[in-house]
Design a protein around this ligand. Structure first.
Ligand code: BG6
Length: 485
């Protein structure tokens, strides 16, 4: 039986922004449509714009028409009735008092949730104001949801964590990394810990190296000024990619609860070596065909050296992973949108066949997108006389097996927040460890000169291929799903 989801007043700071329109409103509407929002649940938008309830409803309708996977239906009027708006700037204490009075008038719900869908520079102010206005306390439950990026570097993340600790208990805080809610990311733990056959092979005894790729075909999509500040390291590397590393490398937790899972992730992040600039490649896309270069994007300086691509090699100093290189890469305006993790196995110590070519390494590929699923590439005997090898794959495709597409990550996350389950959210110590790992690279790249340039629509700079070639390896090509190569 599904557990009932408690009612709440869900306050979204920055409801007039992009994140609310693209992700939060569609996810909340879908939960409403699936009858997962309790009848008393209300959604309160807080933003600087001079909107009222009616305009919020109109904007929400437009957001759903533009971004929701399915068209609005007869459930829209009852969803619209849940919405109300409070205008205010994030540092105006009077407006927090107005918000507090508004919530008191509405409140029949079991708890309150505050979500920062605002520019990151406002997070400290919002958290502080929630404390000063007393909104951080309530007779029911209170939860704070903080979007990424969590800080700009280690020092600012620490400042934000200390501010949050003054106002909320750690168990009340939900730091978002939407990659953790992707079905294949959640499946890593199930694959490893609910089966017998993988875990014994999940170590330096059998794994030669690990590759993680998060490639995007999109550019920066009008977010020039944000990206000039963030670059690929702060935007996705410090968070999404390092969380995937942690999920792959973690030891089995004794129980799959928030504390045990996050304790194990922190241990492995602590053992992860800081990335050395000599073992990393900083890239930036340049125009090719009809695609603009990064420096031609609106909001980007014409001589910007910001990284839109990063590839790096690092190690993890644990009994299980010593000696296994992790190669991780991510970039904007690459050839395709692909997020995948590949475990490359060692080749067998002795081959009893006379072969025309050496055996290929087995590969376990975990695909987060597109076509979520898992493939295992093996050598098999090709039909016919004699022994000739051919690579074959054993495939699990999420959509085929479950006959449905995987749920949107934000819907999963919002449901967990409503239920009070923080397992898929980052704890303060995880975030700080992740910053430590990228600090040497941030320091080098923030003051660095030219990046390695790559053509928009390609697979990135050739220097990233050389990074692996210098270790006798090469990137798995997501282009080629017909062989493990
Ligand atoms: C976000 C980044 O966190 O993740 C974006 O800010 C990026 O730049 C996005 O495009 C990618 O998410 P997904 O789920 O589309 O892979």
């Amino acid at each position: 039986m599904t557990q009932a989801i408690p009612s709440c007043t869900f306050v979204i700071f920055g409801i007039s922004g992009d994140l609310a329109a693209r992700k939060l409103i569609p996810a909340l509407y879908n939960l409403h449509r699936r009858e997962l929002l309790a009848p008393e649940t209300r959604i309160v938008g807080f933003a600087r714009r001079d909107w009222g309830d009616a305009q919020l409803r109109q904007e929400a309708q437009q957001a759903l028409e533009t971004f929701a996977a399915e068209a609005l239906d007869e459930t829209w009027p009852s969803f619209a009735a849940r919405l109300s708006f409070v205008q205010g700037s994030y540092d105006d204490m009077d407006r927090y008092r107005a918000l507090s009075a508004h919530l008191d008038r509405l409140d029949t719900a079991a708890g309150r949730i505050f979500y920062t869908a605002t520019p990151p520079s406002t997070y400290n102010e919002i958290v502080r104001s929630l404390r000063v206005s007393g909104l951080n306390r309530h007779e029911g439950f209170v939860r704070l949801v903080v979007e990424k990026p969590f800080g700009h570097d280690l020092a600012s993340a620490q400042v934000l964590n200390r501010e949050i600790e003054r106002s909320f208990a750690e168990s009340e805080v939900y730091r978002i990394d939407h990659y953790l809610a992707k079905e294949t990311a959640q499946n890593i733990a199930v694959l490893r810990f609910a089966n017998t056959i993988f875990e014994p092979l999940w170590s330096n005894q059998y794994v030669d190296h690990v590759q993680i790729t998060m490639a995007e075909d999109l550019g920066i999509e009008g977010r020039g000024s944000f990206y000039e500040e963030a670059g690929v390291l702060r935007d996705v590397f410090q968070n999404h990619l390092l969380q995937l590393v942690a999920l792959i490398a973690t030891e089995p937790p004794a129980r799959f609860d928030a504390q045990s899972v996050r304790d194990e992730k922190v241990k492995v992040l602590r053992a992860t070596r800081c990335i050395a600039p000599e073992r990393a490649v900083k890239g930036q896309y340049v125009s090719a065909g009809k695609l603009k270069g990064y420096r031609e994007e609106p909001g980007v300086a014409p001589d910007s050296n910001q990284a839109t691509y990063a590839a790096a090699e690092f190690g993890i100093d644990t009994w299980r992973w010593a000696g296994v290189p992790f190669f991780v890469r991510s970039g904007k305006r690459l050839k395709a949108k692909v997020s995948e993790i590949v475990l490359h196995y060692k080749t067998p110590p002795h081959i009893p066949f006379a072969l025309e070519r050496p055996v290929a390494a087995d590969q376990l590929i975990l695909r987060l997108q597109p076509n979520e699923g898992i493939s295992l590439w093996l050598d098999a005997k090709a039909p016919g006389q004699g022994i000739k090898l051919r690579q074959v794959s054993l495939d699990f495709a999420y959509e085929q097996q479950f006959e449905r597409s995987s749920p949107d990550a934000y819907e999963t996350l919002l449901q967990d927040i409503l239920m009070g389950d923080p397992t898929l959210f980052m704890r303060s110590d995880e975030v700080e460890e992740q910053w430590k790992i990228v600090t040497p690279l941030l320091e080098a790249w923030d003051n660095d000169d030219d990046p390695a340039f790559y053509a928009a629509g390609s697979w990135g700079p050739k220097e990233a291929d050389q990074l692996l070639a210098s270790r006798g390896r090469r990137w798995h090509s997501p282009d080629n799903d017909k062989s493990g190569a």
